[in-house]
Design a protein around this ligand. Structure first.
Ligand code: NAD
Length: 344
């Protein structure tokens, strides 16, 4: 019987994971620990929130007392999603990203060790490998993050893996490519563009829109994370890729079609520093050792995603409006993220 603590379970990927894992017969308890920052919403959990198996705790992963209390209450496994996750914000708030992503992870692994957790899955990103003009990064590739978000994730990966080395904590790290799907915050490129195009608002691309990302459906990532939770070898890293490579211009073409908009809606703005030109991971290890295989076709997944935003304006309109208010009240620096996200 598994008793799983999910940090960041009210966020985009974490909530999809909770909805998946709560259906497993051998999972008897799921505790969601989430601070409900601007990025976290209980509504993302849908009917899973009503399950007898679920307990929701609003709290911070840096609160050692809360973390220890939850891990000491029968938790067998930890799946750690909680993070500051938006690249654009990290340019102007790097210290906060380091605090949540690195110190938060340290507090979690210390508590996990204290309470003999059986498996600790640390959820990370392909961005830790940094940009690759050509080729793909295996799990052995060096960490060369550029932007503050990726730097903080690389550091948190090392914190988690260090706990395996020094404490013997059974840690696995997953590094996935860019996720998409329903329930993503409208600051990220796909929901941002869809929610603007649906309202006949313009969208902007950096430079010539040449930056390439691999787009993986969120449910495929969650399937991979569950495979790592169940079968991953402690101390190992697993790349979870296998989505579709698209430049931001190609992605925009798909979204324009899905939203019945034209290229007239698109303007180009100058690129920003360290806008990594391409990420690419080799995911053969997860495929060969864990049987991980993405199931979603990009065309279907994007259509389903755009349709979800079309049908659920009540879910994103308040968030889009809140983002706009933040921009108007505080700052030029925050304006750019709303207008031209970097693809994550
Ligand atoms: P998200 O921003 O949608 O969700 C993050 C969640 O963490 C939110 O619910 C937020 O309230 C919570 N949180 C933030 N700080 C917290 C704290 N101090 N204590 C407790 N909870 C806190 O992010 P996401 O896109 O779902 O990403 C989840 C994880 O997956 C992150 O670790 C991210 O780095 C990683 N990841 C994301 C992607 C992607 O494409 N979105 C790709 C690869 C890896």
């Amino acid at each position: 019987m598994r008793h799983v603590l999910v940090t960041g379970g009210a966020g985009f990927i974490g909530s999809h994971f909770v909805k998946r894992i709560i259906k497993a017969e051998d999972v008897t308890h799921v505790i969601v620990l989430d601070a409900l920052t601007y990025a976290g919403h209980i509504e993302n959990l849908g009917t899973a929130f009503l399950s007898d198996k679920l307990r929701f705790v609003q709290g911070n992963i840096q609160d050692s007392a809360v973390v220890n209390a939850l891990m000491g209450a029968g938790t067998t496994d930890v799946v750690h999603f909680a993070a500051e996750s938006h690249v654009d914000r990290s340019y102007h708030a790097a210290a906060g990203f380091l605090s949540t992503n690195v110190l938060g992870t340290q507090i979690l692994v210390d508590a996990a060790h204290r309470h003999d957790i059986e498996k600790f899955v640390h959820v990370s990103t392909d961005e830790v490998y940094g940009p690759l003009a050509q080729g793909t990064a295996t799990e052995e590739a060096p960490l060369r993050p550029t932007v503050p978000y990726a730097v903080s994730k690389a550091a948190s990966d090392l914190v988690a893996l260090g706990a395996y080395q020094t404490l013997g904590l059974p840690v696995c790290v997953t590094r996935s490519s860019n996720n998409y799907g329903p329930y993503q915050h409208p600051e990220k490129i796909i929901p941002l563009f869809v929610t603007r195009l649906l309202r006949s608002l313009p969208v902007t691309l950096h430079d010539r829109g040449q930056h390439v990302r691999n787009w993986l459906h969120v449910e495929d990532n969650c399937a991979g994370i569950e495979a790592v939770l169940r079968h991953g070898r402690p101390g190992e890293i697993y790349n979870l890729g296998g989505g579709t490579d698209l430049s931001s211009k190609e992605l925009t073409g798909h979204l324009l079609n899905l939203c019945d908009a034209t290229w007239d809606a698109v303007t180009y703005i100058p690129d920003r520093p360290a806008n990594d030109v391409r990420y690419s991971i080799d995911w053969a290890k997860a495929r060969d050792q864990l049987g991980y295989r993405p199931q979603h076709r990009l065309e279907d997944g994007l259509a389903e995603t755009a349709e979800w935003y079309r049908r659920n304006p009540d879910r994103w309109a308040p968030l889009a409006a809140a983002g706009l208010r933040t921009v108007l009240s505080s700052a030029r620096p925050l304006l750019a993220p709303l207008e031209a996200p970097r693809g994550h």
